[in-house]
Design a protein around this ligand. Structure first.
Ligand code: PGA
Length: 252
């Protein structure tokens, strides 16, 4: 059975004291309600080291990583640095990185590779923008993003990647893909992986859905056969919503 995952993506939110509080709340919730899924949070770089030192019951991920090993890249954070503070992994290629920092599929592929080379678990994000969806190009867009970034990996490498399909038009907008839309494209992504790496490997990969997942729609989305959890922004910022999303797996 493949891993089911509820992943938070805090983005650029929370001061130090707010971050400490929410991490402690997540930890105590997990201890009192053992989850039926893996739980992890992507948090701002500045909080990673403390978070990792204080919380062992859920994954602590960065929200980005540099594609370079080290050197003159002002402001960047390397895979080696993340490994040295024992971060568990990194969210890579989020649509906000693609949009505001012009990250390309090639760069994103290099980030996934360097994460893997350093023992970090990558969550690779893909997804189309609204115009592409309206023009019926979403399958082509997701195919190109996935093939360019991931298909240079060996089978042993890609096995360790989690994919997060996040239609850009559904992120932070309150718009959600219908469970059927999510299932359709998740199955498509899995079929791409199966063509290249074989069905067994494709069946073992977790593919998360992201884009306005909230307690009221999570169970329906997570119940779809090719949806293995969620990458969650807004609803990961408070314990009431985030714990309800973790609980969605208790009910499936
Ligand atoms: P959202 O963000 O849940 O706020 O739509 C999801 C994401 O960007 O990962």
């Amino acid at each position: 059975m493949r891993k089911k995952i509820v992943a938070g993506n805090w983005k650029m939110n929370k001061t130090r004291s707010e971050a400490k509080k929410l991490l402690a709340e997540i930890d105590s919730y997990i201890q009192s309600h053992p989850p039926k899924c893996e739980v992890l949070v992507g948090i701002p770089f500045v909080y990673l080291e403390n978070a990792k030192a204080n919380h062992k019951n859920f994954g602590i991920y960065s929200e980005d990583i540099s594609e370079h090993k080290s050197g003159a890249y002002t402001g960047e954070i390397s895979a080696e640095m993340l490994t040295s503070i024992e971060a568990d992994g990194a969210i890579i290629g989020h649509s906000e990185r693609r949009q505001y920092h012009h990250e390309t599929d090639e760069q994103i592929g290099a980030k996934v590779k360097i994460a893997l080379d350093n023992g970090l678990n990558p969550i690779f994000c893909n997804g189309e923008v609204l115009e592409e969806r309206k023009a019926g190009k979403h399958f082509d867009v997701v195919k190109k993003q996935t093939e360019t970034a991931l298909f240079g990996l060996t089978a042993d490498e890609i096995k360790k990647v989690v994919i997060a399909y996040e239609p850009v038009w559904a992120i932070g907008t309150g718009e959600t893909a219908t469970p059927e839309q999510a299932q359709e494209i998740h199955a498509f992504i899995r079929s791409l992986i199966a063509e290249k790496y074989g069905k067994d490997l494709a069946d073992s990969l977790s593919i998360l859905y992201g884009g306005s997942v909230k307690p009221s729609n999570a169970k329906e989305i997570f119940s779809k056969p090719d949806v293995d959890g969620g990458l969650i922004g807004g609803a990961a910022l408070n314990i009431a919503d985030f714990s309800a999303l973790i609980d969605a797996y208790a009910e499936i």
